[in-house]
Design a protein around this ligand. Structure first.
Ligand code: ZN
Length: 251
């Protein structure tokens, strides 16, 4: 009987843990980043306390962040992956990834088709959804951004000179989120995904792809924790609508 009780308690604890994992924790806001607030405010080593999966950028906008299996990867503007030790982030979103939905691809999909597939599996567009896809990509187009120096230019200006990299027949993982329309100003509404290849050599912010085969996973979350920089955001005007700027930056 005692054994059974212990087993039952254990099961409850596990279920409880799984529930607690349904949180996205983010550092600062997308509009602060769009406005040029590129100074890192949170150590990436702290970030992994809030999640083992996620995306973001680095201090001075030095590349695209991919957090996968608890490790932080930096895709710099040479398109290559680095593993930074002592570095901060001005903007990132992380969560503990627990796949709730798995889809085995039956045919190749483009970026738009993958979005449609997730939308079918997770039709509630008003919940947070972490998206992971592992497989082979017959084509994938990614970008990164070079480190900036002060005075910082707005993000929409920086990305006009973004280095773009195209790979063929590369295997790897997509890491990202689909977020509701109502996060506008705080994070990216819709899909925002980054890529890292299996050898952990190449990666970046995804602009397009053709995924040949693999699996897609989705993990829904109902909680969002927002951490603003300790230094505050007082010099930035966050009252204006930056959605047009964001469109330019994402595509
Ligand atoms: Zn990105």
């Amino acid at each position: 009987m005692k054994k059974l009780l212990i087993a039952a308690l254990f099961a409850v604890t596990i279920a409880g843990c799984a529930h607690d994992t349904g949180t996205i924790t983010q550092i600062s806001t997308i509009d602060a980043l769009l406005a040029g607030d590129y100074d890192g405010s949170e150590k990436t080593s702290n970030l992994t306390r809030y999640g083992n999966f996620g995306i973001g950028t680095f201090d001075r906008l030095d590349g695209e962040m991919i957090v996968l299996d608890g490790k932080v990867y930096q895709a710099k503007s040479d398109g290559r992956i680095y593993t930074p030790d002592n570095i901060t982030t001005p903007f990132a979103s992380v969560s503990f990834f627990v796949p709730e939905i798995t889809v085995n691809l039956e045919k190749p999909v483009t970026f738009e088709e993958l979005e449609k597939l997730i939308d079918e599996k997770v039709p509630d567009m008003n919940i947070f959804c972490a998206v992971k896809a592992e497989g082979t990509f017959s084509k994938i187009k990614v970008r990164s951004v070079p480190a900036q120096s002060k005075p910082y230019s707005p993000l929409a200006k920086v990305v006009t000179a973004q280095p773009i990299f195209e790979y063929e027949n590369i295997s790897g993982t997509i890491v990202g989120y689909r977020l509701p329309a109502f996060v506008k100003g705080i994070n990216v509404s819709g899909y925002h995904m980054h890529f890292i290849d299996t050898s952990k050599t190449y990666g970046g912010h995804i602009l397009g792809f053709q995924m040949a085969e693999g699996r897609i996973y989705a993990d829904t979350e109902r909680k969002l924790t927002l951490i603003l920089p300790e230094r505050g955001l007082k010099s930035i005007d966050l009252s204006k609508d930056r959605s047009e700027e964001l469109k330019k930056v994402e595509k």
